[in-house]
Unconditional design. Structure first.
Lengths: 113, 113
C-alpha cells in the first residue's frame, strides 16, 4: 500500500524560513517529487530526489532520507508569492521515465506580513 | 513553447450524463497522465499512456471511466453516467522520455449536479 503524510496547513512570516515535512510508507520507492500548486492553477515541478541528501535550488532545498521514509522541503527568504500548496509525491520502482505518482494531500502554506 | 492544455476549463453536467475531457500534451512528450483532485485532497492517479505500450489503467475508479490517446498525442477522458462523487478537478500531465518530471495542464473543473 501507499501512505504519504504531510501537515495540512502551515503559516510563516515573510522573510522567514519554513520546513515542510513529508513521510511516506510505500511498497517500493524510486524517487520523491515536490510540486507547488497555487490555488486554481496547475502543479509546477520544484524538485526530485532519488538519493539521500540535500539538493539546493535557489531559495528552495529538498532533503531525502530513504531509510527513514522522510523528506522535507525548505523554503528560505519567504515571499508572499510562496503562499501555495506544496505537494509531496512518490515514484514507484518502475524502469524508464514514465511512472504514475502517488501524492500526499498537500500542505497549504500561508505567508503573512 | 506551449504547455499542456485542457478543455473545457469548466464543465457542469447533470447526474447521469456522459462527459468528455480533452488533453493536449506538450509536443513530443511520449507519456500522458490523468489525475483527479477532489476539493481539499491530493492528486489521485487515474491512468497513464507511454508511447505504444498498453496504458496503465490501475487507477480508474470504475468501468464508467475510460480514456483514449489518439495518434500518440491528444487524449480524451470519458466519464459515463456521471455521479456527484465524480465532481473534481481532472488534471492531465505529460512527460518526455528524458526526465522524470511531469508537466501539468490547468485542469478541467467538473461539477455534477
Amino acid at each position: 500500500g501507499q501512505n504519504i503524510d504531510q501537515p495540512t496547513e502551515m503559516t510563516a512570516t515573510e522573510g522567514a524560513i519554513v520546513q515542510i515535512n513529508c513521510t511516506y510508507q510505500t511498497s517500493g520507492f524510486n524517487g520523491l517529487f515536490w510540486y507547488q500548486q497555487h490555488a486554481g492553477e496547475a502543479p509546477t515541478f520544484l524538485s526530485y530526489n532519488v538519493l539521500d541528501g540535500l539538493e539546493e535550488k535557489g531559495r528552495f532545498s529538498s532533503f531525502l532520507s530513504r531509510s527513514k521514509g522522510y523528506s522535507y522541503l525548505l523554503l528560505k527568504e519567504l515571499q508572499m508569492k510562496d503562499s501555495a500548496s506544496y505537494l509531496c509525491a512518490v515514484r514507484p520502482p518502475i524502469t524508464g521515465t514514465a511512472s504514475k505518482l502517488t501524492f500526499g494531500t498537500g500542505t497549504r502554506l500561508q505567508v503573512t506580513l | 513553447g506551449a504547455g499542456v492544455s485542457q478543455s473545457p476549463s469548466n464543465k457542469v453536467t447533470e447526474k447521469g450524463k456522459d462527459v468528455e475531457l480533452r488533453c493536449d500534451p506538450i509536443s513530443g512528450h511520449t507519456a500522458l497522465y490523468w489525475y483527479r483532485q477532489r476539493l481539499g485532497q491530493g492528486l489521485e492517479f487515474l491512468i497513464y499512456f507511454q508511447g505504444n505500450s498498453a496504458p496503465d489503467k490501475s487507477g480508474l475508479p470504475s468501468d464508467r471511466f475510460s480514456a483514449e490517446r489518439t495518434g500518440g498525442s491528444v487524449s480524451t477522458l470519458t466519464i459515463q453516467r456521471t455521479q456527484q462523487e465524480d465532481s473534481a478537478v481532472y488534471l492531465c500531465a505529460s512527460g518526455s522520455d528524458r526526465t522524470y518530471e511531469q508537466y501539468f495542464g490547468p485542469g478541467t473543473r467538473l461539477t455534477v449536479t
